[in-house]
Design a protein around this ligand. Structure first.
Ligand SMILES: [Zn+2]
Length: 218
């Protein structure tokens, strides 16, 4: 995405948007689906160069037909833009995030609407599959959530946009400008602390390719 002037990170010029796929014994669980295509307002403002989620999965050696569930960290347009590629699969999202979409400026409504049969609305923390759970991490948006994976070799977290960079995660630091609005800075700090207290071995971010990494201690 090219970042427009009003964006809090405009000085950086552009940003990547990352989606993640969890290889689970039950099937693939996709976390976020990237930017969608064909929205005039987004095309004009952000000039996105779009990778289809199918192509992204294929590039990782994965097949979209193996996807069994989708988790949206939040419903900003660049995180749910290709949810429609997984029509008929359960989509896990916080109820507070669904409420936030009532404001038309929040996202691209057409991309954020989840068909009723697919919708799995969550209030707070929840187990999605064995070893996979979501943790409510409000701040960047009212219903932001992160994904915690318990693997044999330690805990990994898909942070999403609870903080923006790996460095912020390391330093336990978030920027007020990245929050939903100024009233969300304290909840945002609490959210980041919650994730750091899980002492993950790995953490991944929506807009930073750098993976947070700690050596295994045990
Ligand atoms: Zn966002």
């Amino acid at each position: 995405l090219r970042l427009p002037e009003h964006h809090p990170r405009a000085a950086e010029g552009a940003c990547d948007v990352f989606a993640y796929a969890i290889r689970h014994p039950d099937g693939l669980i996709v976390v976020d689906t990237g930017v969608g295509a064909g929205n005039e307002w987004i095309d004009e403002l952000y000039r996105p160069s779009i990778v289809t989620i199918r192509a992204a999965l294929n590039e990782a050696g994965l097949d979209e037909r193996d996807v069994v569930a989708v988790i949206n960290t939040h419903l900003h347009f660049d995180h749910c833009g290709q949810n429609a590629a997984f029509l008929g699969k359960p989509v896990y999202v916080q109820r507070a995030e669904l409420d936030a979409t009532a404001d038309p400026a929040f996202t691209v409504s057409a991309w954020a609407i989840i068909p009723e049969p697919d919708l799995r609305a969550i209030d707070g923390d929840a187990i999605i599959a064995e070893g996979v759970r979501v943790v409510a991490t409000p701040g960047h948006t009212p219903g932001h959530q992160s994904v915690v994976l318990e693997a044999d070799d330690g805990t990994a977290i898909i942070v999403g946009q609870c903080c923006y960079t790996s460095e912020e995660f390391t330093n336990n630091n978030i920027l007020a400008a990245d929050m939903h609005d100024s009233t969300w800075i304290d909840p945002g700090k609490d959210s980041l602390r919650t994730l750091r207290d899980l002492t993950p071995r790995l953490a991944y971010f929506s807009h930073d390719a750098t993976t947070y990494f700690t050596e295994r201690t045990a």
